[in-house]
Write a protein that binds this ligand. Sequence first.
Ligand code: PSU
Ligand code: MN
Length: 304
Amino acid sequence: MPHPLLDLAPEVRTALDQGAPVVALESTIVTHGMPHPENVETARAVEAAVRANGAVPATIAVVAGRIRAGLPDETLDWLGTAREVLKLSRADLAHAVAAGLHGSTTVAATMVCAHLAGIRVFATGGIGGVHRGVEETLDISADLDELARTPVTVVCAGAKAILDLPRTLEYLETRGVPVVGYGTDRFPAFWSRDSGLPAPLRLDTPEAIAALIRTQAALNLDGGVLVANPVPEADAIPEGEIGALITAAVTQAREAGIAGKAVTPFLLARLLDLTGGRSLATNIALVKNNAVLAARIAVALHAA
Ligand code: PSU
Ligand code: MN
């Protein structure tokens, strides 16, 4: 029986009933992460990449208070330009559902909904993390605690380089989240392939990641697995080129008094500007790359 507050697209429901591989996708990247029309084009391309690799895509959002897993084309088009859509993290989800609102789901909220639906693998761009200046702001993304409690595997390109990456990794370790570099010994930094920090764990195949996921469940260890998949070399912006621009964007956010949920969307938009659009091309490439790997992990999980 599907959850009473959750609407599964027919294709997603059939796949879940048959035990076929499904990959969850988030929607905050559409409403707050990229400009139109690239946001909708990317969401479609990401769904196509999941399909081409043998899994069914389930993009998650809240529409008029209903949690939807798998969105029809019209809904994705509407999300691409809608202004009345809230950015929902764990703290906002119940309110959006109870009050009948529209909302896009962040990594944290998408994990909650994917778990409700019975979906075990999820692809995004970059997770939220510990923000620079945390000593002053205590700004730590709810994505990190969600990874510690909800058993969904999240495939990302590392954490966004706008964050305090050493503290982000420390926090994940403290909360007991396995962080796997896929085919790399280095923790990737979203636009760049190397944050300068080692990846806590390294695995080189989807099958090895599936074995880790199954063993984590068999040991009754709560929480998810974070897979960090570096952006393809051809699409990367080296840290040496983007580092100063990130520092400038973070300073501008502080000076403009940007806080809370608005911080990440503000920084992504500033970087789009400061890089003359290059950061967006990289963002699109890395999300597609993550969708491919997530589908392969979902297929490997179901093969055993
Ligand atoms: N990945 C992207 N672009 C995004 C995000 C991820 O390529 O916009 C979103 C995710 O939804 C993530 C959120 O959960 O940014 C982090 O927001 P915050 O720092 O407020 O938790
Ligand atoms: Mn935050």
